[in-house]
Design a protein around this ligand. Sequence first.
Ligand code: C2G
Length: 126
Amino acid sequence: MTFGTFDVFHYGHLRVLERAAELGDRLLVGISSDELNASKKQRAPIYPLQERMAIVAGLKVVDGVFVEHSLDLKRDYLREHHADVLVMGDDWEGRFDEFNDTCEVVYLPRTPAISTTELIERISWG
Ligand code: C2G
């Protein structure tokens, strides 16, 4: 299982999902709600939740998606879906170690030099 906003989907998102998929039999992805994203990133996402879910759900390596309503519900999501492994990019290194009592926690190196924030800035330069 992994989580994210996956707004303005890019190669870094694809790479973490592909590597996460290699760590188990099925990959489920929690997609942050528009409200959760606004609190995490201090801005509304470019793409609404339904579109962000459809893009991730359409990927060959993804078996299912669900809505992540709050960062505080992560243990519930892990239990509800019987997750064996929680996978996150290493910008979250250490932040989810508390879940080691529920599942394996794996942090993967981020893909360098690409982020949604940076893409938005590049595009806005015109
Ligand atoms: N990511 C990556 N390389 C990048 C950009 C992102 O590996 N260049 C990874 C992040 O580390 C994360 C995933 O892609 O694991 C999704 O990134 P975001 O959509 O920015 O998600 P985030 O805001 O980190 O939300 O409950 C956890 C949060 O919902 C995670």
